[in-house]
Design a binder for this molecule. Structure first.
Ligand code: NAP
Length: 249
């Protein structure tokens, strides 16, 4: 049987870590990328292994093109060529009015969420497309409901980077389809992870939960279920789609 191997960026915590664990439940081996959280990445590896799958943790800053290339090369050397890629690592920066945002925040958020996501998608595509000798596969871009909500008064720049993720999904699905690669996005809404702590807004989740029709934040596992479905054969005719996982928002 062909090895099912997924590489997930930002898999030490939050949505990426939940995806690694659920993927292992469904028989996937996992390359767990992390940047700062080595200990947590190792725990994800242990959990994947406990489910009978292979896993490896690989450090790489997704804001740096050469580290992304090394990440894919190390994954190939240590465990195999991925046939699924989850483009997940992302940051938001501290919340502010758009007129007050610092150049550094714009640069960092664009570097990780757009430049890094584009380079990583290219590295995945180069290894997967059948036209270049690959075996095909799936790419799932982790976008955000913010791409259509706009995140006014908090993170307009972040929403804009997720708009780029949606465009990447549409174009790449068209370009890579003939090469046997499906490309989709998930657009999570308000999800209970650490990302909100970096916003500088205290109790952000609690403050915004009332705006969600289902009246609560979602969990990382609820997003991961959608990602794992998009990676699977169960979604074999789904490509170029953006799946909103936002509790109705
Ligand atoms: P999180 O809990 O803050 O986790 C972020 C993950 O990304 C961590 O594993 C972190 O790794 C990694 N990461 C950050 N910068 C990185 C870099 N430069 N290189 C490599 N890895 C990096 O965030 P999350 O909520 O799970 O978010 C995951 C994705 O979902 C993001 O793209 C985010 O925009 C999107 N999203 C989240 C929500 C939400 O409400 N939570 C909603 C919509 C979309 P280390 O800790 O190892 O550095």
């Amino acid at each position: 049987m062909t090895q099912k191997l997924v590489l997930i960026t930002g898999a030490s915590r939050g949505i990426g870590a939940a995806t690694a664990r659920l993927a292992a439940r469904d028989g996937w081996d996992v390359c767990v990328n992390y940047n700062g959280s080595q200990q947590l990445a190792n725990e994800v590896v242990s959990d994947v292994e406990a489910l009978g799958q292979r896993a490896v943790a690989i450090k790489a800053d997704v804001g740096d093109a050469s580290q992304i290339k090394d990440l894919f090369d190390s994954c190939e050397r240590e465990i195999g060529v991925p046939n699924a890629f989850v483009n997940n690592a992302g940051i938001i920066g501290r919340a502010s009015q758009f007129v007050d945002v610092e150049d550094d925040t714009l640069e960092q958020v664009i570097r990780v969420n757009v430049f890094g996501a584009l380079v990583a998608a290219r590295e995945a595509a180069r290894r997967m497309v059948t036209t270049l000798g690959g075996s095909g596969g799936t790419i799932v871009n982790v976008s955000s409901a913010a791409s259509t909500l706009g995140s006014a008064n908090e993170f307009v720049w972040y929403a804009a980077t997720k708009g780029a993720m949606d465009s990447l999904t549409i174009g790449l699905a068209q370009e890579l389809g003939p090469g046997g690669v499906r490309v989709n996005a998930v657009n999570p809404g308000l999800i209970d992870t650490d990302i909100h702590d970096s916003s500088g807004i205290e109790n952000r989740l609690e403050k915004l939960a009332g705006r969600v029709p289902l009246e609560r934040p979602g969990s990382a596992e609820e997003v991961a279920e959608s990602i794992v479905w998009l990676m699977s054969e169960a979604s074999s005719y789904v490509s170029g789609s953006m799946l909103r996982v936002g509790g109705g928002r």
